[in-house]
Structure formats: C-alpha cells, structure tokens
Design a protein around this ligand. Structure first.
Ligand SMILES: *Cc1c(COP(=O)(O)O)cnc(C)c1O
Length: 396
C-alpha cells in the first residue's frame, strides 16, 4: 500500500448506475413526495419478505416513529442492549419513556434472553412495555424465542435491524427468518447511512406486517396529516364540501413530524438494493478470510466465527492490547473502530443512575473489541495488508 492509502472500517459503494438513478430522479417532476418513495418501499418489503415498509429520513427517525406508533409514554420501561448505537435507546427517551439496559451474551454479543427473562421475572407484571433487540454487527437475533417471552409478558418488540438487511436466523421449524420480516417483531427498522449495507446518504426504513401500525406510521411521518377521506374526523360541511370532501381538504389528526425521505435518496436506495445480495456475498467472503487468518492466534480473545445468516455489517475481534493495535493500525492508515462504547455508561445515561459494574459482560467486551475494515469493495490485497499489520504488531 502506498503511504496515503486509507482503509476505513466501512465505506459506501456508488456505481455509475446509482449515479444515473439519482440524476434521473433530479430531472423528474418530483424531488420529494413522488413515485420513487413507494417504489423503494415496495422493493424493500419484497427483499425483506414483509407486508409493509415506510421510508423515512434516517434510522433514528424510524426508531422515534416506532415508539410513537406503539404509544410509549412517560414512565414506560423498555429493555435494550448496552452494546448498540445510542439511537436504539434514545428513541424511548424521545417519547418520554425510560430505558432499562440488560447485559449481552458474550459469545454472540447480542442481548441475552436469559438476562431479559430474569429482569421480567423479578418485577411485577406490567412493569415493562417492550423490548428492542439489535441484530448487532449483522448477526440476527433469534426473535422467535424473544417473541414467546414478549407474549408471555404482553410486550411489543422493535427489532433494530440497522446492521442486518439480508441477515436471517433459522427458526425452530428449520425455516429461514429474514431480519425485519415482521413475523416476530411488531416493527423493525433499518438505516441507510453510508456506512450501512445500503446507502441513501441519510435514510431509514420501518418494516411491519401490522396494517394498523403501518397506517399510523404513514401519518406520523408527515406531520400527522392525512388526505384520506375515510379517515376524516371533521364533517364534509365544515370542510367546505357539498356531497363529498373538497379536493384541498386534509386533516392533522395527531402530532407528527417531517421525517420524509426525498425521491432522489429513494432512487439511490432502490439502485443500491439491486446489488444488496452481491454486497452480502462479498462481506461473507471477507469474514471467511479474517476468520481463517485469526483462528487460534494467541492475541485473539474472541471472534464470532462464521455464523449462518450473519450479514457482517461489522467484523469484530476481541484482542489483547487493543489500544496498541488500534494506534498501530491508525499509524498505517487503517482506521479500525470500536462498536460500541457501552451505552449505559454514556454521561447522559449515567445521569439517570447507570454505573460501572451494572453490565459486566458488555463492559468487559468493550475492553477488547475492535472492528476491522469490512465493506464489499475492500480488495484482497488491502485485506492482506490489514492482516499482515495485525500479525506484525503482535510479533514486534
Ligand atoms: C446507524 C444505526 C442507527 C441509526 O441510524 P441513523 O440512520 O444513523 O439515524 C440505529 N441503530 C443502529 C444499531 C445503528 O447502527
């Protein structure tokens, strides 16, 4: 590698087809609220295998609308993992509810269902409203078992599938269950930030099989306003019509937001979605090479190994002397990253009483974890360079 060649941990892949799709949208009659949105939503729903999809401004907006659609209120308690991006927890706070963190399974890095069960069993029924499991790093949560637990306690599930479009788990009958397919979670969300699998610049999607929630989300996405006659509350007479509602009439029925995606972003998303499976294959290949390279190395404390249905948004190693390795890679222009600093120890959450020792397994994971470069256009010689650097660091 030459001295100025930077290798980040993640990176978007934009093709001439993507660029043409955006240019076409820019030259069309609609920059926003046009036909590209529904096209992207339908294509995405088909890819994931769910009934409904709602495109929104970003993944955080998607999470926020989910908590509103599920009517999270002040003092409601919702459970999530500390090893996630802050937005998975923050969305509950936006709606006025409280987040209760529950520790991870150190072998999968995912929310540990047994810990969630203990939490539910140790409080009176009705204490919790919902669970937000995260398909962290691209590894699918087994939502079948989470759903049976959630049903027992009358909880809803929002699946944060930002890392896992195309990921899946195998259910108890041997069937593939795609992340976000809505068979077990009430709602699922995705992000189209450039570092995720599908890039829109900024963008997000909510998926569901629940028609009532779907209709609520459509309204919440655009100021709480509807233009649908059969939903109107005010009379035709008030609206200024005679035998039907006049053409201009619309109603704001609930407090919503402007969380819309634009048509040119949706055009980019659609074009990217056409290559999603190809990207997934590349990610898998890269993971296999890393796995082979670091298998049984004495400096490796943990790695996930090949897992069926893993979407490999991230490739994570737990290593000795993580700080030294991180700095050494950085000196060589390889920008590894840490996912994540445990959310419960962010000053904002410390303010509500969370402290060190609360989530010992997540905190221990944080001491060693490092995300290596992982993106479909990472070339073999670049990956070999990263692997050689790591081996070299531990033999110096
Ligand atoms: C990226 C991400 C989000 C937020 O998505 P944005 O589009 O950046 O708002 C939420 N949860 C997880 C796990 C993420 O990785």
């Amino acid at each position: 590698m030459d001295n100025n060649h930077v290798i980040p941990y993640g990176k978007q892949h934009i093709t001439p087809e993507d660029i043409q799709a955006v240019v076409d949208a820019l030259q069309s009659d609609f920059l926003t609220q046009g036909p590209k949105i529904l096209e992207f939503e339908q294509k995405f729903a088909q890819y994931i295998g769910c009934e409904y999809a709602v495109a929104v401004a970003n993944g955080t907006a998607a999470l926020h609308l989910c908590t509103l659609a599920l009517e999270v209120k002040e003092h409601d308690k919702v459970i999530t993992t500390p090893i996630t991006f802050a937005a998975s927890a923050n969305c509950v706070r936006y709606a006025g509810g409280n987040i209760v963190f529950s520790d991870i399974d150190p072998s999968s890095y995912l929310l540990d269902i047994d810990k969630v069960k203990q939490l539910l069993e140790s409080s009176p029924k009705g204490t919790y409203r919902g669970i937000i499991p995260v398909d962290f790093a691209g590894r699918a949560v087994n939502l079948e078992v989470f759903k049976s637990l959630a049903d027992e306690y009358g909880l809803w599930i929002i699946e944060d599938a930002c890392h896992a479009p195309g990921g899946y788990f195998i259910d108890s009958t041997g069937k593939k269950q795609n992340c976000g397919n809505g068979n077990f979670a009430d709602l699922a969300i995705f992000s189209f930030h450039p570092v995720k699998h599908i890039a829109c610049g900024e963008g997000g999607m909510i998926t569901t099989n629940n028609e009532i929630l779907y209709k609520k989300l459509l309204m919440l996405r655009t100021h709480g306003i509807t233009k649908q006659d059969d939903l109107f509350v005010n009379t035709i007479e008030f609206a200024g019509g005679r035998d039907k509602y006049p053409g201009w009439y619309m109603e704001m029925q609930t407090l919503g937001f402007n969380y819309r995606l634009t048509d040119f972003q949706a055009a980019l998303g659609s074009s990217q979605l056409d290559r999603a499976d190809q990207g997934l294959m590349m990610r898998r290949k890269i993971a296999e090479i890393y796995n082979e390279a670091f298998k049984a190395k004495p400096f490796v404390k943990g790695q996930s190994g090949m897992v069926s249905g893993h979407a490999y948004h991230l490739y994570i190693l737990e290593v000795e002397n993580r700080l030294g390795l991180y700095n050494y890679l950085k000196e060589n222009k390889v920008y590894a990253q840490i996912h994540y600093i445990p959310c419960h120890l962010m000053p904002y959450y410390r303010d509500s009483g969370w402290e060190e020792g609360d989530m010992p397994l997540a905190e221990n994971y944080y001491k060693f974890c490092l995300s290596l470069p992982m993106y479909p256009t990472l070339e073999r010689k670049e990956q070999d360079f990263v692997i050689d650097l790591i081996n070299k660091f531990y033999t110096i």
